[in-house]
Design a protein around this ligand. Structure first.
Ligand SMILES: Cc1cc2nc3c(=O)[nH]c(=O)nc-3n(C[C@H](O)[C@H](O)[C@H](O)COP(=O)(O)OP(=O)(O)OC[C@H]3O[C@@H](n4cnc5c(N)ncnc54)[C@H](O)[C@@H]3O)c2cc1C
Length: 382
């Protein structure tokens, strides 16, 4: 029988994350949104409490938490600030390929140091001129003896300005499409890597978001994760692990928007009644709760599948697309519940709306995932 009861340990972790977020993140979310300053000190404190990279196996010095455990933490960070929490999302995406396909040596070299001192990794997949979801990459990695020489550019990489290492997707066979993609782990200080400015953006402004160029970057063969051409398969396995976490960040954001809406709708009185009593507002809040609960359950199911070894990329994509669309819907409705004040920067929900939209366009847009899912369900190709 399916059991959704959290263990005592999971509850303790959830509480630890919630307390941390309430004390350290929520009070500073508006400041980091306004300034775009990276919240490195907050993230270091979170790491000290075991809330960053807690899924690294005990064998490499980590806590060995499950994907479901990670979902509990991700939801709390999402409820506090997805801009600050984006560092964890980027880190999770970068670490996932190593966790599912890295060798013991690679895990020791790249994951173990992250348990001894605070550091983050960047996920470098998307690039200008070629959408990775079409399973093409213009960034190339050419074999030259015992090395690979990497050339190309990635347009948006979370954490790249502060990363200890980059998880890079590059074409080892540029004519091979999906079969030509490979995954590399590359130390951040390797010669030839240039990290550009992030540029101004609508939401999640506390994220360290950068363009990264690779010019004749030479890495030893041991930086290849899995085999040449194994990239698409590894990314699929990694998504099954990382997407439930991304989904739960969105659940947290939605929860925060709903909680703000509930509080405000009890305080604000129109036509002699708190607006919560007006059916149109009550319906919006009810729909928020319904959709948040559904998104959480889908994410937990995908996490449970990943933890139990039944890797289901499909379930992870369903959870992810539902959660991201939910977060945008709920945040937009929260602005509506606040009326004119919802649009004001003096109130918290406009930030949530801006932050939520980013979730929907990143890491392979939701549209592309739905296209792939639809084709898979119906059984047609591109
Ligand atoms: C804030 C931010 C953070 C990011 N962080 C990272 C990161 O850490 N690492 C990383 O690798 N990337 C990152 N990205 C990049 C992100 O993954 C891409 O922007 C995303 O995959 C969409 O690619 P694109 O911008 O090239 O859009 P395009 O591919 O140009 O798409 C434009 C629009 O057309 C739609 N579309 C395109 N093709 C199809 C199709 N075949 N069928 C239906 N609809 C389609 C898309 O859904 C989208 O709505 C980030 C982006 C942003 C904005």
């Amino acid at each position: 029988m399916t059991d959704f009861k959290l263990t005592d340990e999971q509850r303790q972790y959830q509480q630890l994350a919630r307390d941390f977020v309430e004390k350290e993140i929520a009070p500073r979310a508006a400041y980091h949104d306004e300034t775009g300053e990276f919240a490195g000190d907050i993230l270091r404190k979170a790491w000290e409490l075991g809330l960053v990279g807690a899924h690294i196996p005990e064998r490499y010095g980590g806590l060995g938490l499950s994907t479901l455990d990670g979902c509990l933490i991700a939801e709390e960070f999402g409820a506090g600030c997805t801009g600050i929490g984006a560092a964890l999302d980027g880190n999770n995406l970068a670490q996932a390929p190593l966790l599912v396909a890295g060798t013991d040596e690679q895990k020791k070299e790249f994951l173990e140091p992250m348990t001894g001192d605070f550091s983050l990794a960047a996920y470098c997949a998307s690039e200008p001129g070629s959408e990775l979801d079409a399973l093409k990459a213009t960034t190339t990695a050419k074999r030259a003896g015992d090395e690979y020489v990497i050339n190309g550019a990635k347009s948006w990489c979370i954490n790249a300005g502060v990363a200890r290492w980059h998880c890079l997707v590059a074409a080892t066979d540029p004519a091979g499409g999906a079969a030509g993609l490979s995954v590399f782990v590359i130390p951040g200080d390797t010669a030839g890597i240039a990290v550009g400015e992030g540029g101004k953006r609508m939401g999640q402004r506390a994220a360290d978001l950068r363009a990264v160029t690779f010019r004749d970057v030479k890495v030893p063969r041991r930086c290849l994760v899995g085999r040449e051409g194994d990239g698409a398969r590894i990314l699929g396995l990694a998504a099954a692990r990382a997407y439930p976490l991304l989904s739960c960040s969105a659940v947290g954001l939605g929860r925060s928007a709903m909680e703000h809406s509930m509080r405000y709708s009890k305080q604000r009185v129109t036509f002699g009644l708190p607006i919560a009593s007006h059916q149109a507002v009550a319906f919006m809040v009810a729909d928020m709760d319904k959709d948040i609960c559904a998104a959480r359950l889908l994410a937990w199911q995908a996490a449970w599948l990943s933890d139990s070894g039944t890797v289901s990329g499909t379930q992870a994509v369903i959870a992810r697309t539902f959660a991201l669309d939910m977060a945008v819907r709920v945040a937009v409705d929260a602005v509506q519940v606040f009326g004119g004040y919802g649009y004001s920067r003096e109130y918290p929900v406009e930030k949530l709306m801006r932050d939520a939209k980013m979730l929907q366009v990143v890491h392979g847009s939701g549209n592309l995932h739905k296209v792939a899912l639809g084709r898979q369900l119906v059984g047609v190709g591109r």
